[in-house]
Design a protein around this ligand. Structure first.
Ligand code: ATP
Length: 314
């Protein structure tokens, strides 16, 4: 970690590179309410940050430039449409500084996977550029800029486990012991579009063929306090799951395979297509991941634990 000090030119901020790690998220509960007038759905969700990370390194530069490696390299545009660049511009505009930085993204979170990778990268860019430029914003100020960038971005600054309301941007932390829960993350080939998943849910609801919407988060929050994975398993739920299954029927096989391998429960993460499984403990998670890989029902099965911290300088 670099010290905060003026550099040779007397500029504020970090002289050396700033490296930020940011986690992926899953929704332990994703309750989708009615469509609002602004085009968003009212959400009632419990976010949970897990140990699959992207890493963003920020260095001083004379322009704003982004390079990347890992998941999505060669596929993801690195221009102004990239959430990293949009976040850097948003912070610079707010703080009244020039948006100059050389940014490098090492991506492990799959694209359009339902794990909020793009939002995670935006959160990382805010934290990294704030340190690089010495803008020194409070967590609340960063969260305000984050909310304008995307509904999941404020949570990825906070990390941990948190309740999300509004369109998901209003987060309040839920106390939880770090790394309490063991997950298996089944990454699919290709992504699913989040707006398309919401549209599919609206279509299923209009047709009267959607499942019964989830109720309150009370049972899930009580289960988190009990620390028994079997109790937690019974409370996981996702209103978008039917939509994801309708768009990608093969996910039903992935969910079945995980449960057959001994997972306590499996759900589609966010808008999918990633599926996440709750395991009894770390060794069970390893075993289940191995079985999912062998069964060929996903591109890659990884183990992860949660909750973990949000975007942090490392
Ligand atoms: P969520 O769970 O929040 O719905 P997701 O995990 O399904 O998101 P993301 O990978 O976050 O999907 O991004 C969806 C789209 O956002 C991508 O297909 C891409 O077009 C765009 N995008 C812009 N910047 C990024 C970025 N840095 N990483 C990933 N996607 C980005």
């Amino acid at each position: 970690t670099e010290a905060w000090r003026p550099d040779d030119d007397g500029r504020r901020g970090a002289a050396g590179p700033v490296r930020v790690r940011v986690p992926a998220k899953v929704n332990l509960h994703l309750g989708v309410g009615p469509l609002r007038r602004d085009g968003y759905h009212e959400l009632n969700t419990v976010y949970h940050a897990i140990s699959i990370h992207d890493e963003l390194t920020a260095r001083r530069g004379d322009t704003l430039a982004l390079t990347m490696e890992g998941e999505g390299a060669g596929e993801l545009a690195l221009d102004d449409s990239n959430l990293v660049i949009r976040a850097a511009h948003a912070l610079a505009g707010y703080a009244g500084v020039m948006p100059h930085a050389r940014l490098h993204l090492r991506k492990q979170i799959p694209l359009a996977g339902g794990l909020a990778g793009g939002s995670a990268d935006a959160a990382a860019a805010l934290v990294a550029c704030d340190a690089l430029w010495g803008t020194g914003l409070s967590r609340d100020e960063l969260a305000g800029i984050a909310a304008d960038l995307g509904s999941d971005v404020p949570f990825l600054i906070h990390g941990g486990t948190a309740l999300g309301t509004g369109r998901g941007e209003a987060v309040s932390p839920v106390l939880a012991r770090p790394s309490s829960w063991h997950w298996v993350v089944a990454i699919a080939d290709g992504g699913l579009s989040t707006p398309a998943a919401y549209r599919e849910l609206d279509r299923l609801r209009d047709a009267g063929t959607a499942g019964v919407p989830l109720g309150s988060t009370d049972a899930l929050l009580a289960a988190l306090r009990q620390r028994d994975p079997r109790v937690l398993a019974a409370t996981l739920g996702n209103d978008l799951q039917d939509a994801a299954l309708a768009m990608r029927p093969a996910l039903a096989d992935t969910l079945k395979a995980g449960e057959a391998a001994g997972a306590l429960a499996g759900i589609v993460s966010g808008s999918g297509p990633t599926c996440v499984f709750l395991a009894a403990d770390a060794s069970d998670a390893e075993r289940i991941a191995g079985e999912l890989d062998t069964a060929g029902v996903c591109r890659q099965a990884r183990t992860a634990h949660g909750p973990v911290a949000g975007a942090r300088i490392v």
